[in-house]
Write a protein that binds this ligand. Structure first.
Ligand SMILES: [Zn+2]
Length: 385
């Protein structure tokens, strides 16, 4: 019944189409968004959601069906598009959100579920997207990719339906997508000899279609701010993740990370440079080093929730799904959605938060300017030259 209502809402005449979204006067060239609404409907129609374990979470079909409703109601505000294809040729869906009546001056990216079991981030991205669609902040465009690792996410859904509590992290080729980006892909720390497991990376930079899709999006979008949602730990992590050194923009990144966590109110997440989480730990080839090091984006990895393990419920102690995803995530989702809203406020009130190019460093840390028209007609972009 719920699904039928959703579908009815999606199929109802909306009075306008994606192509009619308000003209962009050229502050930031619009992202190229193909008319993906019909394809999204195909995906939503492909199988009505059924009752499933973990009822506090949306399965992938439900995530898409939920976002299809505001996409149909406000075509100019919510535009679905296909970011790219997975290894198994499934679409990776993205959603461009903005106030179509106003020029876009800054752009924020929100990614979730790069790691297969970290669903709480998807829930937060979904809640944030619905809130932003209902109340868009003029001048700020948000691109939400709620589920990046689609193939492995499907596998986790199958596991849950079958009652299997199996640990999964990488994509269908079992590659850890957040060790597959190009900047700081290869370990250099002395500690790699003693703790190789904490310095592992994929066979080659951008070796997987999912990471290449995110890289293409980042290149085109030139995000001012990006937040990638993971679990667990209650942390706001700044670059670098792959080397111990402070990044050139360390103070600015830390201040902005603090602004994000401050939006959470009481019990705000702690801000830490990811490589300094532990002296023996580095994340080689992470999305935040790539987004910051290659595209100059102020990028943050947020470890959502303090964990779903419940001390008084032994069944949760060894449950890999529960480790990342509390039984009832509503509190965590609200906390992270507030953090993301704080990012929007920072963009809207503080001007561009795109960081300055770093001082000369190792070749992999030198950033490429985004290609294409995104900054050509952008006075902010010019001011950065
Ligand atoms: Zn993760």
């Amino acid at each position: 019944m719920r699904f039928a209502l959703l579908l009815a809402a999606v199929l109802a005449p909306s009075g306008s189409s994606l192509a009619e979204s308000a003209p962009n006067p050229g502050w930031i060239a619009p992202l190229e968004v193909r008319d993906a609404r019909l394809h999204l409907l195909d995906e939503v129609r492909s199988g009505p959601p059924q009752a499933h374990p973990e009822p506090a979470y949306h399965f992938l079909d439900e995530v898409l069906a939920t976002l299809a409703v505001p996409a149909a109601r406000w075509p100019g505000r919510v535009r679905p598009f296909v970011v790219g294809q997975t290894l198994e040729s499934r679409p990776i869906w993205g959603f461009v959100l903005r106030d179509p009546a106003r020029a876009v001056s800054t752009r924020m990216g929100v990614f979730a579920n790069l790691h297969a079991m970290e669903w709480v981030g998807t829930e937060a991205a979904l809640a944030f997207a619905l809130d932003f669609a209902a109340h868009p902040t003029p001048g700020v465009e948000v691109v939400v990719v709620p589920i990046v690792n689609v193939d492995a996410r499907r596998r986790v859904e199958e596991d849950l339906r079958a009652g299997r509590r199996v640990y999964r992290r990488g994509n269908r080729a079992r590659v850890d997508l957040n060790r597959d980006f190009a900047v700081h892909h290869d370990a250099t720390s002395f500690w790699r000899h003693l703790f190789p497991g904490f310095h592992a990376s994929s066979p080659a930079p951008l070796s997987q279609p999912e990471t290449r899709a995110l890289d293409r999006l980042a290149r085109k979008a030139g995000f001012d701010l990006a937040v990638s949602l993971h679990a667990f730990g209650a942390l706001v992590c700044t670059p670098w993740s792959g080397v111990w050194a402070r990044p050139p923009d360390w103070r600015r990144l830390h201040a902005l990370g603090t602004a994000l966590s401050s939006g959470q109110g009481a019990r705000a997440y702690r801000v830490v440079q990811l490589s300094r989480w532990g002296f023996f730990f580095r994340a080689q080839g992470s999305e935040i080093d790539h987004l910051y090091g290659r595209y100059g984006t102020a990028a943050f990895l947020v470890e959502c929730t303090r964990t779903g393990i419940e001390p008084l419920h032994p069944s949760t102690w060894t449950d890999p799904f529960r480790r990342y995803n509390p039984r009832n995530p509503s509190h965590d989702v609200r906390e992270v959605a507030r953090l993301l809203r704080a990012g929007v406020v920072a963009l809207a009130t503080g001007g561009p938060v795109r960081v300055a190019p770093p001082a000369p460093g190792p070749p992999e840390a030198r950033r490429e300017r985004p290609k294409g028209p995104i900054v050509e007609d952008d006075p902010i972009g010019r001011s950065r030259e």
